[in-house]
Design a protein around this ligand. Structure first.
Ligand code: XMP
Length: 510
C-alpha cells in the first residue's frame, strides 16, 4: 500500500491543485471532505494531512471546520490559507479581518530555519488571496514568515509538527511553492515517495487480472486519452478477454478512425470492433441546426449503436469506464444531484448487460493518465491529444451537417493542425481547430467569381478550459494556414481568426 497524504477540503478553489502537486512529489494523496470524521481519518493511516483554503471566515460558526481532535492524531498537518487560519482558531489563536485584502503576488520574508523554507532565499514571491489573517498564535507556535501587511504569513509548532501558511504554495505564482510542499512531505512527514506511475501500473494490472480471472470485459473506446489508457491497462491484464468497441460516427477528425484502428489492432492484444456508422449518424442529423438538438441526437444514437454491438457480443462480466479522479472528487464533495450526472457517463451502463464497472483511472489526475499512457507504450500523439468534444465535429459545423461541409472541415482542420505542429506551437497552444461557418461569401479565383464557405480558426491558451484566452499565433503562421486552406480545400474562399476569449465566448462555437 502507498503512503497516503490526506487533503482535507474546506471549499477552496485550488483543492485539486494541492493534490496534484503532492502527487507530483511522488506521494499518493486523496481529497476528502472536511466532514470526514477523526475515526475515519485514523483508519486511513495518513502520513500527513493538508487543510486546503476556503472562502469562509473561521470565526463564523457556520463555516466548515473539523474537530480539534485531529491534532491529537500525532500526524503532521499543514494548513493553507483558510486551513492555516483554522489551525490557529481551533488551537486558541486569534483570527480577524485584516485592514485590507491582500491579493496577488506578494513578497514574503521567510525564515530558512523552518523546514518548509530550508535553503530558500529570505524573500520569496508568493501568491496571496485573503481578507482574514492570524493576529495571535496559539501556544507553542512561532512565526516563520511575514509580509508588510501580514505579520503572520507562516507559522509552525515543530514539536507537534503542525504548520500553517497564509499564501498558496500550490499555485504557480508562488515561486518555490512545490518545493515548500515537498519540504513538508519529505522533511516533516518523512515520506519515502513511493507513488510512481510504473509501480501503479504494475500493481493495478496484477490486481485486476486476479479480479477478472477468466471473465469477459467490454470497453467503449472513443480514441480519446482516457478511454485509450483505460483500455490498454485492461488489455495488459487480460488480453483478448477484453473487447473494445469503437464507433466511427464520421464526426472524427481527418483519418482519426484509421489511426485509432491501427494503434489498437497492431500494438495491443485485444478484440477490436470498429463500427462504421457515419451514414447512420448523418441521416439522423440531416437538417438539424440547433446545437443542443445535435448533441442530444448524437448521444442517443451513440447509445443505440453501442447497444446493438453489445448485444452481438452477449453478456459480459465487466464494463470499463474511463472515469478520472477529478470526477470522483467532485462527486464525493458535491451533493447527490451532482453525483448522478457524473456517474451517468453517456448512459451506457443501462444499455449493456454487465455485472460490474471497472475504472482503471479512478485514482488518477489527467496528467497522471498521460504519464501512465506513455508508460504503457501509447504513442505520444495519442497521449497528448488535445481535448475533443464528445459530439465531435458536429459542434464545429455551424448550421446543418452535410457530408460536403464535414469533408471541407476535416481538410481545413488537418492543415491548421499540421502547421501549428510544424511551428512547434502544439504544446503551448492548448486547443486549436477549424470551424466551418454557415456563411458563404463572394471571392475571386483566377478570373472567376466564387461564392464559397468561410472557415474560422480557433486557438486558445488555457489551464482549466473554464476560462481561455485566444492564442497569439504569429501572423506568418496564420498566413501560411490561410493560403494553404484556400488553395488546397475546394469551396473555401475566406479564412478568419477568432479573437474572443472565454468568457464571453466559449471555446467551441456550438
Ligand atoms: P466550451 O466550448 O464549453 O468547451 O468552452 C470547454 C471544453 O470542453 C470541450 N467540450 C466538450 N467535451 N463533450 C466533451 O467531452 C462535449 O459535449 C463538449 N463540449 C465542449 C471543448 O472542446 C473544450 O475543451
Amino acid at each position: 500500500m502507498n503512503e497516503l497524504v490526506l487533503v482535507l477540503d474546506f471549499g477552496g478553489q485550488y483543492n485539486q491543485l494541492i493534490a496534484r502537486r503532492v502527487r507530483e512529489c511522488n506521494v499518493y494523496c486523496e481529497v476528502k471532505s472536511y466532514k470526514t470524521s477523526v475515526e475515519e481519518i485514523r483508519a486511513m493511516h495518513p502520513v500527513g494531512i493538508i487543510f486546503t483554503g476556503g472562502p469562509n471566515s473561521v470565526y463564523d460558526p457556520a463555516s466548515p471546520a473539523c474537530s480539534a481532535e485531529i491534532f491529537s492524531l500525532g500526524v503532521p498537518i499543514l494548513g493553507i490559507c483558510y486551513g492555516a487560519q483554522l489551525i490557529a482558531h481551533l488551537l486558541g489563536g486569534q483570527v480577524r479581518p485584516a485592514g485590507k485584502r491582500e491579493y496577488g503576488k506578494i513578497d514574503v520574508s521567510v525564515q530558512d530555519q523552518s523546514a518548509l523554507f530550508e535553503a530558500m532565499a529570505p524573500r520569496q514571491a508568493c501568491w496571496m488571496s485573503h481578507t482574514d489573517q492570524v493576529f495571535a498564535l496559539p501556544e507553542g507556535f512561532s512565526v516563520t514568515a511575514s509580509t508588510d501587511s501580514c505579520p503572520v504569513a507562516a507559522f509552525e509548532d515543530v514539536q507537534r509538527r503542525i504548520y500553517g501558511v497564509q499564501f498558496h504554495p500550490e499555485v504557480n505564482h508562488t515561486q518555490n511553492g512545490t518545493q515548500m510542499l515537498r519540504h513538508f512531505l519529505y522533511r516533516v512527514c518523512k515520506v519515502k515517495g513511493d507513488w510512481l506511475m510504473s509501480r501503479y501500473a504494475q500493481q493495478y494490472i496484477a490486481d485486476i487480472r486476479r479480479k477478472i480471472g477468466d471473465k469477459r470485459v467490454l470497453c467503449a473506446l472513443s480514441g480519446g486519452v482516457d478511454s485509450s489508457v483505460a483500455a490498454v491497462m485492461i488489455s495488459k491484464a487480460v488480453g483478448k478477454q477484453l473487447t473494445c468497441v469503437f464507433l466511427d460516427h464520421g464526426l472524427l477528425r481527418k483519418n482519426e478512425g484509421d489511426e485509432v484502428e491501427e494503434i489498437f489492432t497492431k500494438q495491443f492484444d485485444l478484440n477490436f470492433v470498429r463500427v462504421n456508422c457515419a451514414d447512420r449518424f448523418l441521416a439522423r442529423l440531416a437538417g438539424v441546426t440547433d446545437p443542443e438538438r445535435k448533441r442530444k441526437i448524437i448521444g442517443e444514437e451513440f447509445i443505440r449503436v453501442f447497444e446493438q454491438e453489445a448485444k452481438k457480443i452477449g453478456a459480459v462480466d465487466f464494463l470499463v469506464q474511463g472515469t478520472i479522479y477529478p470526477d470522483v472528487i467532485e462527486s464525493g464533495l458535491g451533493d447527490a444531484a451532482v453525483i448522478k450526472s457524473h456517474h451517468n457517463v453517456g448512459g451506457l451502463p443501462d444499455y449493456v448487460d454487465f455485472k460490474e464497472i471497472i475504472e482503471p483511472l479512478r485514482l488518477l489526475f489527467k496528467d497522471e493518465v498521460r504519464k501512465l499512457g506513455t508508460e504503457l507504450g501509447l504513442a505520444h500523439d495519442l497521449v497528448w491529444r488535445q481535448p475533443f468534444p464528445g459530439p465531435g465535429l458536429a459542434v464545429r459545423v455551424i448550421g446543418d451537417i452535410t457530408k460536403q461541409k464535414l469533408d471541407i472541415l476535416k481538410d481545413a482542420d488537418a492543415i491548421f493542425r499540421q502547421e501549428i505542429k510544424a511551428a512547434g506551437l502544439d504544446t503551448s497552444v492548448n486547443q486549436y481547430f477549424a470551424v466551418i461557418t454557415n456563411m458563404r461569401s463572394v471571392g475571386v479565383m483566377g478570373d472567376g467569381r466564387t461564392y464559397d464557405y468561410t472557415i474560422a480558426l480557433r486557438a486558445v491558451t488555457t489551464t482549466d478550459f473554464m476560462t481561455a484566452d485566444w492564442a497569439e499565433i504569429p501572423y506568418d503562421i496564420l498566413r501560411t494556414v490561410s493560403n494553404r486552406i484556400v488553395n488546397e480545400v475546394a469551396h473555401v474562399n475566406r479564412v478568419v481568426y477568432d479573437i474572443t476569449s472565454k468568457p464571453p465566448a466559449t471555446i467551441e462555437w456550438e
